[in-house]
Structure formats: structure tokens, C-alpha cells
Design a protein around this ligand. Structure first.
Ligand code: NAD
Ligand code: TYD
Length: 336
């Protein structure tokens, strides 16, 4: 396939790009990324000499750029990862979330419609369902009850994307994944933040009582699910993608401390996140039935691999934590 990937210098997008080339899913892969604070070309060093890959530095909101790329490269599909992706940042400043996640997705959909693109895979999140009380799990028909500006902007973009199938018959498929973890994740999200702080004996800030539940999905399992949904899923359909490993945050942090040999005394309880979703839980039978996909990496194994990656890449951590990161960290944690 010829693919246009958006956001392929970020955490999940770069994992998808590496896998798509390694597994020869893509004969040609154009990677459009704005290189925000979360985009990092270091995530792509292993494939930088691969002639099938072309990196384009640009904004998905730039409608003319997107249309030109579609006309010139004639991809078979767009795999759309590009987004502002962090809940805490959406609380500190929601504007960029509406701009990229809603308007950026709109710009891609319009270009795809004009170019009569054969396939559009919109990467979304289970956070659009909001907090889910036990004992329920959300299937794809569960109501959208997004809590944060991040999840609301993703819910908006999901509906917009699906409307292009219903109204214009643009073949859009939506995936909604649970919390990802793995190498190259920016250390603002729970797991890489706790690993990188623990490795430097810094405090591990748990929001509130730490009993919020997340379902952890190893990033390569997510990428394989996206490929399965793109090649075996149906247009107009939504597929949940989960790791079937729901854990309270506190347990995850304790596992990281045990694996890094650091003391529990590093845990610091800080003020809770406003509007904090208590529990995410989804069913993934629809994707499994339609495509045969299954999550393959058990959490203990994926976490060990991830910790090892952060131990092996101190220069990567140091670089992404320089500059803007410190001011973000102060803004998010100083007053808590
Ligand atoms: P990330 O923040 O690590 O990377 C986002 C990438 O998008 C960066 O490379 C950034 O430079 C790029 N980008 C941002 N704005 C752009 C714009 N206007 N134009 C072009 N590129 C732009 O995000 P991630 O964690 O890799 O998430 C990727 C996608 O997966 C997002 O759509 C997110 O909503 C979704 N998702 C993430 C998770 C998770 O746990 N991280 C779970 C489910 C779904
Ligand atoms: P996060 O990785 O930001 O993902 P999301 O909010 O999209 O699920 O957070 C995962 C969980 O960890 C969430 O319940 C918030 C919590 N958390 C903390 O307790 N402390 C932190 O410093 C961070 C970043 C998150």
C-alpha cells in the first residue's frame, strides 16, 4: 500500500511507521508531521535511510499542502495520528486541541474527499466514552461522554470523520484505543513520566488517591490493530482496541518502582486532575471478530521492555526534557 501517515514523528505514529516498513505493509510511506513539542525525528532514526519513507514537515491544518500531497503521492490510504494528545495540557490550554484535533481532521477529510481517497483510518481514543462505572465496559455504541477538552476534541473529530462516510461515502474507519505505553513516549504521560522520574530518584506525583483505572495497551499491539482495521475492517465502522489489562494507577507506579529497584517513598500524592475520569473500560470483541487481531504483549513483559528502553536511552530523555518540558512541568505540578 501507499500510505500517508500524519503525526508519524510522535509516539504511536513513529511506532506505526517503523512497523509498517519492517513488515512491508507500506511500499511508500509519506509522513506528515508538524514537529510540535511531541514530534521527534529521533524516533525515526532507525528508518531514516529507507527509501520508501518520505518525511514532510507541515501542518495538517494546511489544506493546500495536504491536497498537494494527495495529488502528487496518490496514497491508497491516510492513517491519521496527528493530534494534541495530552489531557493535562488540554486543561492548561485547550485552543491547540480544537485547532489540530478538530480543524486539522476537517482539513484532511476535505482533501481526502476532493482527491477521492480510497481509505481513511482515523485514530481515536476510548476517552471519548468518558468515565465508565463498574461493572460496565463500553462497546462501540456506548454514548460519548467526553470529560476533558482533549477527549471532547477527539469525540468531535470522530463524529466529523464518520459523517464523511455517511454523507459523502468517503471510506472512513475509526479506531478507539485505550492507554498506550512503550518506547519513545513523551514523558508527560503516566508510564514514561514515572519511569524517567524513578530513574533519577525524583518524586512520582500520583493524582488524588491513585485508584483511577486505565487499560494498558502495548504500542505495537495498537499499531497492528490499526493495520488490521485498515485492511480487514469495514468503512463506516468503529473498532475499540484495548489491552484487556485494567490496573489502578497506584499499582502501575508500584510495579515501576519494583522493576527499577527504587523506594516507595518516592511516591508523592498531589492534587487531583480537574474532571479526572475514574475508570476506562472497553470491549474489543468487534475488532477481534472482524479481523482476528488480538493483543499479544502481556503488561509485565511490555513494561519491562519499556523500562529497559528508557534505561538504554538517557540522551533521548535528556533532550526531550530540555527546553519547553521544564516550564510545562512547573505549570502542571508546581501548584499541586
Ligand atoms: P503524540 O503527542 O506523541 O504525537 C502527536 C504527533 O502529532 C507529534 O509528532 C506531533 O508533532 C504531531 N502533530 C501535532 N499537531 C500536528 C499538526 N497540526 N499537524 C501535523 N502534525 C501534528 O501522540 P500519540 O500518543 O502518539 O497519539 C497519536 C494518536 O493516537 C492521537 O490521535 C491520539 O489521540 C491517539 N491515541 C493516543 C493514545 C495514547 O495512549 N497515547 C491512546 C489512544 C489514542
Ligand atoms: P495519562 O498518561 O495522562 O493518560 P490519560 O489521562 O489520557 O488516561 O494519565 C494516566 C493516568 O495517570 C490518569 O488517571 C492520570 C494519572 N496520572 C497521575 O496520577 N500522575 C501524573 O503525573 C500523570 C501524568 C498521570
Amino acid at each position: 500500500m501507499r500510505l500517508l501517515v500524519t503525526g508519524g514523528a510522535g509516539f504511536i505514529g513513529s511506532a506505526f511507521v517503523r512497523l509498517a516498513l519492517r513488515e512491508s505493509w507500506a511500499a511508500r510511506l509519506v509522513n506528515l508531521d508538524k514537529l510540535t513539542y511531541a514530534g521527534n525525528l529521533e524516533n525515526l532514526v532507525s528508518i531514516e535511510s529507507d527509501g520508501r519513507h518520505r518525511f514532510v514537515h507541515g501542518d495538517i491544518c494546511d489544506a493546500q499542502l495536504v491536497l498537494t500531497l494527495l495529488e502528487k503521492e496518490k496514497p491508497d490510504a491516510i492513517v491519521h495520528f496527528a493530534a494534541e494528545s495530552h489531557v493535562d495540557r488540554s486543561i492548561l490550554g485547550p485552543a491547540a486541541f480544537v485547532e489540530t484535533n478538530v480543524r486539522g481532521t476537517f482539513s484532511l477529510l476535505e482533501a481526502a474527499r476532493a482527491a477521492r481517497l480510497p481509505r481513511f483510518l482515523h485514530v481515536s481514543t476510548d476517552e471519548v466514552y468518558g468515565s465508565i462505572d463498574e461493572p460496565h465496559d463500553a462497546d462501540e455504541n456506548y454514548p460519548l461522554r467526553a470529560s476533558s477538552p482533549y477527549s471532547a476534541s477527539k469525540a468531535g473529530s470522530d463524529l466529523l470523520a464518520l459523517s464523511y462516510w455517511t454523507t459523502f461515502k468517503l471510506p472512513v474507519t475509526v479506531t478507539r484505543a485505550s492507554n498506550n505505553y512503550g518506547p519513545c513516549q513523551f514523558p508527560e504521560k503516566l508510564i514514561p513520566l514515572m519511569i524517567s522520574n524513578a530513574l533519577e530518584d525524583k518524586p512520582l506525583p500520583i493524582y488524588g488517591d491513585g485508584m483511577q483505572v486505565r487499560d494498558w495497551l502495548y504500542v505495537d499491539d495498537h499499531c497492528r490493530a490499526i493495520w488490521a482495521a485498515l485492511t480487514k475492517g469495514a468503512p463506516g465502522e468503529i473498532y475499540n482496541v484495548g489491552g484487556s489489562r485494567a490496573l489502578p494507577n497506584r499499582t502501575v507506579v508500584e510495579m515501576i518502582l519494583a522493576a527499577t529497584g527504587k523506594p516507595r517513598g518516592l511516591i508523592t500524592t498531589v492534587a487531583d486532575r480537574p474532571g479526572h475520569d475514574r475508570r476506562y473500560a472497553i470491549t474489543t470483541e468487534k475488532l477481534e471478530r472482524a479481523t482476528g487481531w488480538q493483543a499479544l504483549v502481556p503488561f509485565e513483559q511490555g513494561l519491562a521492555q519499556t523500562i529497559q528502553w528508557y534505561k538504554d536511552n538517557p540522551a533521548w530523555i535528556a533532550r526531550v526534557r530540555s527546553g519547553e518540558y521544564q516550564s510545562y512541568y512547573d505549570r502542571n505540578y508546581a501548584g499541586r
